[in-house]
Design a protein around this ligand. Structure first.
Ligand code: BES
Ligand code: ZN
Ligand code: ZN
Length: 501
């Protein structure tokens, strides 16, 4: 990769270091003798006397009650054993099991990189069990450590799963699914965690080309001159203040047989959001603005999973990539930009830049004739305020598309909550000089942002996911590791792999 020499970034620096960390995951009947630790998932009411020599009373006295979240390290011969509670067996679902595997992986993190997880016989199907155990453990042990000389934890290199009463081939099929979904999530995390100077729009386009070659999709990147030719006034407007070129990165996945439909995915790729002339204050929170490309990262990462998941639909992606900087050439309040679809937009706040960059991507998706569009964006502080950091907002012009997002969110435990696309608020976006302005009123900011995007989908069935809250977590939390969560990568891969028009 070619990089600005003044940044002293080594040519071999990888914005996707997770691809270099491999972890072998296997279903076993018996654990290898040399594991660093074994975690035993324990349902409430299980008698462990024969296993650890302690009855329920003694374990409770030591602080272990087998409820989710409770764990206890037990000294024994051979590998250290960690008990991890899963609560009542008949209340256990896939999400709780994924969380328990994450807890097991964290509880053994100090022990080393080769661990085993043992689960009792469960009512869940063996394939799901294999998939969520591998996802939970591997996502929990994710660390962004490529810029540290001495990482605090060793990466997971071997995960053995011992699942009582399960068909090993089914568990293995689940493990193979997880290899694809975890890889996608880790790619999305890597990209969002990478410092802004280490990952410009140009860099992202190059990474996309490399991922496309490796995972079977086409990548085309359009530079500033080409975007001028194409009339992409939104991306160009946001980019105007930057010393870095913008890139519109177009991804194309073509299935082997006749496509079952054509899905368009559009991602907000603001490589760094300073706010522009409407400059953000120097709040520690704005450290997070290197992650303002989390939507584009989720789309790109999802593409890496499509072929392995056997996706039958054609899937196209538009990543709208630029940073948002203040400078003598930056776009200004009062400027009017012209979108790819010809609509004129008055700029009333340069910090509402995501919708501006994305209007060109959405217009291009419509021109491509896709059957449906899903966009994903770290779009509004209002979504974070309304729903916090665990749930993303979903809005759309088509309930069936919103429901597809909700189903995929449920399957992946990347939760969403639907907000209304209240058309009454559309007039807040009225402009005296242009077709529309980029700023709504003081209330319902997630909805007015979505209403802005709605102007560019031309009635195509569409759902919009606002991940301003879910893009990151301050501390480790179940499958989310501190930093970028990779939210959306597994959701979009799951949605796209099941898409039919
Ligand atoms: N990238 C931000 C939204 C954001 C906020 C993401 C917090 C993650 C965490 C977006 O570009 C932005 O600045 N939005 C403004 C819009 C406003 C000016 C209408 C916001 O939400 O404050
Ligand atoms: Zn902004
Ligand atoms: Zn932004």
């Amino acid at each position: 990769m070619t990089r600005s020499p003044h940044k002293l970034i080594p040519a071999e620096f990888s914005p996707v270091p997770s691809l270099d960390n491999t972890c072998e995951v296997v279903a076993v009947q018996d654990f290898a003798a040399d594991l660093d630790a074994v975690a035993l998932l324990v349902a409430a009411g299980t008698d462990l006397t024969a296993v650890v020599g302690l009855g329920a009373g003694a374990l409770a006295a030591a602080g272990f009650d087998a409820e989710p979240g409770s764990s206890l390290v037990v000294a024994q011969d051979g590998h250290p054993l960690v008990l991890v509670g899963i609560g009542k067996a008949d209340e256990l679902d896939a999400d709780k099991l994924r969380d328990a595997a994450a807890a097991a992986a964290r509880a053994t993190a100090k022990k080393g990189g080769r661990i085993g997880i043992e689960v009792p016989e469960l009512a869940l199907d063996a394939r799901t069990v294999g998939q969520v155990l591998a996802e939970g453990a591997r996502l929990a042990r994710y660390r962004y450590a490529v810029l540290k000389a001495e990482p605090k934890e060793v990466p997971l290199t071997l995960l053995q799963l011992k699942v009582a009463g399960a068909d090993a081939a089914e568990v293995t099929a689940g493990i193979e699914m997880a290899a694809v979904t975890v890889r996608a999530a880790a790619i999305a995390r890597d990209l969002a965690n990478t410092p802004p100077g280490h990952l410009t729009a140009t860099d992202l386009a190059e990474v996309a080309a490399e991922l496309g070659a490796e995972f079977g999709f086409e990548v085309e990147a359009y530079d500033r001159a080409q975007l001028i030719e194409m009339g992409c006034g939104g991306i160009l407007g946001v980019n105007a203040g930057s010393a870095e070129e913008p890139r519109l990165v177009v991804l194309t996945y073509t299935p082997d047989g006749d496509p079952s439909g054509h899905l368009g995915l559009v991602g907000k790729g603001i490589m760094y959001d300073s706010g522009g002339i409407s400059l953000k204050p120097s709040d520690p929170m704005h450290l997070l603005m290197k992650m303002d490309m989390g939507g584009a990262a989720a789309v790109l990462a999802a593409f890496t999973a499509l072929r392995d998941l056997g996706t039958t639909a054609a899937v196209s992606g538009w990543l709208c990539c630029t940073d948002n900087m203040p400078s003598g050439s930056a776009y200004k309040l009062g400027d009017v930009l012209i979108a790819r679809n010809g609509k004129t937009v008055e700029i009333k706040n340069t910090d509402a830049e995501g919708r501006i960059a994305m209007m060109d991507g959405l217009s291009l998706a419509v021109e491509a004739g896709v059957d449906a569009i899903v966009d994903i964006a770290t779009l509004t502080g209002a979504a974070l305020m309304a729903l916090g950091k665990s749930r993303a907002a979903v809005l759309g012009n088509d309930q069936a598309m919103v429901d597809r997002v909700r189903d995929a969110a449920e399957a992946t435990d990347e939760p969403v909550w639907q907000l209304p696309l209240e058309r009454k608020y559309r007039k807040q976006l009225d402009s005296d000089v242009a077709d529309i302005s980029n700023l709504g009123g003081p209330h319902a900011g997630a909805t007015t942002a979505a209403l802005f995007l709605d102007e560019f989908v031309a009635g195509t069935p569409w759902a919009h996911i606002d991940i301003a809250g879910t893009m990151s977590t301050d501390a480790d939390d179940s499958w989310r590791s501190a930093g970028a969560t990779g939210y959306g990568a597994r959701l979009l891969a799951t949605l796209a792999s099941a898409f039919t028009a």
